[in-house]
Structure formats: C-alpha cells, structure tokens
Design a binder for this molecule. Sequence first.
Ligand code: KG4
Ligand code: ZN
Length: 364
Amino acid sequence: MKKKLTFLGIETSCDETAAAVIQENNNGSAKILSNIVSSQIDRHREFGGVVPELAARAHVENIEFIINKALKESQLSINEIDGVAATAGPGLIVCLTVGLNIGKSIAAFSKKPFVAINHLEGHALSPGLKNKLEFPYLLLLISGGHSQYLVVKEVNQYEQLGTTIDDALGEAFDKTSKILNLGYPGGPNIEKYAKLGNAKKFKLPLPIINRAGCNLSFAGLKTALLRESKKISNNIQLKYDLAASFQYTINKILEKKTIEAMKQFRNKNNSNKKFNFIVAGGVAANQSIRNNLSNLSKKENFEPIFPSIEFCGDNAAMIAWAGIKRYKKKLTNNLDFVAKSRWQLDNKAPYLKGPGLKLSKNII
Ligand code: KG4
Ligand code: ZN
C-alpha cells in the first residue's frame, strides 16, 4: 500500500501562532490529525490592530508549546512525519521569522525535507482540506492583507486577474469597525452588528465599479463612511445601519467584480463547463458574502466552494497541506530560505499599491 504523506505545518505570519499535522489519504483527501491555533486577539485589542513587536514576542513565547501540542494531538513523533512546512511570507518579517526559523531547525535536526510556503498559496489550496478540487479554478482571496482574483492553474501556477489598488477587504472591515467603534477584530463585529441595521439607510460609493476590470478599491468607501459616521454622533441604531450599508456595498462590489473575473476566467479557459469558484481567506468567513457569492456562482454556472470556517482565518493546516502538495511536485527548499514580507503568487502581476504609484491605462 502507498505510504501516506504526513506534514507538520507552522504558521506565524501575523497574529495567529499555529501548528498542525496533516496527512494525505490514499484517495488524495486530507486527514487532519491536529490543528492548533492560538489567537493573539486579546493582546492587540487595546491597540485596535496588530502591533508587530507584540505579535512577534507572543509567537516566540508560544510557538514551542503550540508545535508540541500539535504533535501530541496527532499521536505522532517528529520521526514519523515526512516533512516540515512553514510560512515564509508575505507578512510581518519579525513574525514570519519565528515560525520559519523553528520550522527550518526541526527539519534540520530531524533530517526531514523542508518546504517554505507562501501564505497566500496556503489560503488558495485550503478548500482542498475538505473538498476534492479540480484545476483550473477561479479563486477570490480576501483576507486582512490581500484581495485578489486568481486563476489557479496548478499548485505553484497562478495568474492574477485583479487585485486591490488600495486597502485589502479585511482591512476595510477592520477600519470600518474602528471608525464606528464596534470592536476588534472588525470583520466579525461588522457582520454581527450589520444584522441589526438597515442596509439601505446609507448610500455609499462603489469605487472603480465600472472600470479597471476586476481590480478592486475600498479606500473611497472608507472615506465616505468616515464622513457619514461624523454626522451620526453616537446614535447606536445609525451605527448599525452604517455597518449594514457598508456590508451591503461590499457585496455589490464583489458581485460586479466577480462577474467580470468569471468572464475573464471563461475566456482564458475557453469552455462553458462548470468550473469551481473558490472564496478563501479570513473574510470568506462572512456569511452574507458566502450567501451572495454562492447565489451568484449558481447563476453564472460556477460551483461555489468555501473553506469551512475554521480554515478561513489563518491556520497551519493549510500550510501543512500546501507543504504536502509542493513536496509531491518536488518543490522543496533549502534551509537558507529567508522570510519575505512581499511575495506575490503571480510574479508577473503588476504591483498596484503604494504611494506615488499610478494605475497604468491598461489597468484602468
Ligand atoms: O486570512 P486572515 O485570518 O489573515 C490574513 O491573512 O490577513 O484574515 C483576517 C481578516 C481580518 O481583516 C478580519 O477582520 C477578517 O479577515 N474577517 C472577516 C470576518 N472574519 C474575519 N471579515 C468579514 N467578516 C467576517 N466574519
Ligand atoms: Zn491569511
């Protein structure tokens, strides 16, 4: 019988310290032997956002305990594991370095192969932990640091169709919650309070909605929201209405841009068959976004797939899984691999963010 591959995954790119042991079954599906995530939300709450130095310190304090816990729960020793995968970017360098270094050390002393993982590839392949995925598929990756439409052609083969030209979607949720004083982390709180509000109360802008292909922009929306928030003082019902209107507007933007991305995806693949449309990353946990994109996919003849909620946010199961997938393609790394704060999945994609950068004509 074919030996099952088992990987230890380590994730410390932002504010979650995570380790997991994942095995690939003979039919290609994943078996989750352990999946430990230690969130630092409480440490960052008083600052309303992730403080890199605090996050790095917490990773250093917790990482050994979390890895030991993941191994213990999997009932495997490090000698019974086939390889080690650790997130190497993109993210906060001081945080990435903690998990990457310990991953490399474990690989070195146990003489196991090492795989450096792009965190975005972890998210991109994460639905494979629960579903059988067929390449190519269309991916919408929406997290705290990234918002992108990608064609996933294969493991390690990505083509970016669109990205945000300013804030990431998770960042827009977090900033909105901060403006409205609805709590940290923003995404889940906006979702919660939006349920109590009237989504049609405020008319907010839909930036670059009729241009720039499936590129996204959320900064103008945030500015408009800030303006409205100043007019409502502390009226709690109006705050809920604003949260609901924000989420409604996001859904409108995603609807329009997803139709455009689906059109581009179909043209590239030149087929009317039913492809998978995968929505991954922390914001994919949002139920109203899940429902909307699910309905839209059915209309557009795409099969919608969302990772289960536990695999939407940052976790190490997706990192171990990406490690297995890369290892099978012989994409292992040397132990001198260094952390990268920026690391695009499609290295030919234009970088559209940053001060002084202008959108070129072919993008707009
Ligand atoms: O993927 P993730 O855990 O970390 C990054 O790689 O960035 O995503 C975190 C982001 C945060 O901005 C958080 O507010 C957002 O995902 N998020 C949500 C929800 N849950 C988490 N946004 C909207 N609705 C949610 N339910
Ligand atoms: Zn993430």
